[in-house]
Structures are given as C-alpha cells and as structure tokens.
Design a protein around this ligand. Structure first.
Ligand SMILES: [Ca+2]
Length: 185
C-alpha cells in the first residue's frame, strides 16, 4: 500500500461514516480483512502512536504515517520469513535490528515470550507487528524522559507510577507484558 491514491481509497472505505477519521474498531476490522488479527489494545496503541492531534482517532495523514511504520515492519518480516510465513525468535531479533531496534538478550526473550500468542515459538506477521508497535511505543516513552539523549533515564517515584499507568493504558493490562516493558526501559 505504498501508493497514496490506493491508501486514500482504502482509508475512505474504512471510514464508512465519512467522518474523515477512523476509529480503533474500524481499523481493527479493516486489518482483519487483510488477515492481520490484532487485539483491540494493540490497534489503539497504533492510533495513539500517530495521533498527532490527540483526538483519539486516525486522520488520513496520521494513517499514512502509521502505514509507513507498518510497511517497514512488513518488509523486515518478509526478508526473513523465507517462505514459511513465520519467524522464529532468532529471525525476530534480526528483523528488529533491520528496523533499528537493538535489545539485549534478557529484554528480547522476555518480549518474545509475551508476544508469542500461540506459545509455539512462531511469530506470524501480526505477532511481529504487535511486538514492533510495543517497542516503538516504549521507545517513544523512554525518549520523552531521556531529554539529554544519554540512553538512560532516572525516574522519581511519581514518574515511575506515571510510566506504568501510561503503559497499562497504551498496551494491555497483562502483567507479563508490563514486566517486559520495564525490562526494555
Ligand atoms: Ca487523530
């Protein structure tokens, strides 16, 4: 979906009420038509990542930005799936590196466990995208505290509570994934 006209057509079809914005539920339904199944919490997180005007829904411009990110994840996935339709953890690590995400082993394997929905060590495209969305959101949150760009943050207790609260709202209330985000940070 690299062509703007095709994107526009897709967006207008999803925006069935012609409001100029699409909701998380509309986006989730549309993606599932393309065989990408995401929990609603992940789709909400996608929208939040690019919700530049903070109105809780996705305009066409915001959607174009999200699509760019999804394409990057999709290309990294395609490069490594070798016709199998899934990635094993080692491939996931390589694919993440292609996108520019470098994690150390404990953080990486904790994340893999959290996002391996079928618990069989195989990551389909939607699992991989969910994982990318999660890391990108964690990075955005991290960067917002790492104002000196030193690659580390010091949080006081209030900020720590704030992070956990945001994280719960952004992602999912699964304590497993909440744990993983703390490892990432
Ligand atoms: Ca918006």
């Amino acid at each position: 979906m690299e062509n703007t006209a095709i994107l526009r057509e897709w967006f207008d079809r999803v925006d069935s009420e012609k409001s100029g914005n699409i909701t998380a539920l509309q986006l989730k339904t549309a993606l599932s038509v393309g065989n990408l199944e995401f929990p609603l919490s992940v789709v909400q997180q996608m929208i939040r990542m690019y919700d530049f005007d903070r109105n809780g829904t996705m305009s066409f411009g915001e959607f174009v930005a999200l699509n760019k990110f999804l394409l990057k994840a999709q290309h990294a996935f395609s490069d490594l799936e070798r016709g199998r339709g899934f990635l094993v953890p080692e491939d996931v690590n390589e694919a993440l590196a292609k996108i520019g995400f470098m994690l150390d082993s404990p953080a990486f394997y904790t994340m893999c466990e959290s996002f391996d929905q079928s618990k069989n060590g195989r990551f389909r495209l939607d699992d991989f995208i969910s994982l990318c969305i999660f890391i990108q959101s964690a990075r955005n949150l991290f960067n917002s505290f790492d104002t000196a760009k030193q690659g580390r943050v010091t949080l006081d207790f209030n900020q720590f509570v704030y992070c956990n609260d945001i994280d719960a709202a952004l992602c999912t209330t699964s304590s497993e994934i909440l744990g993983a985000s703390l490892v990432v940070m």
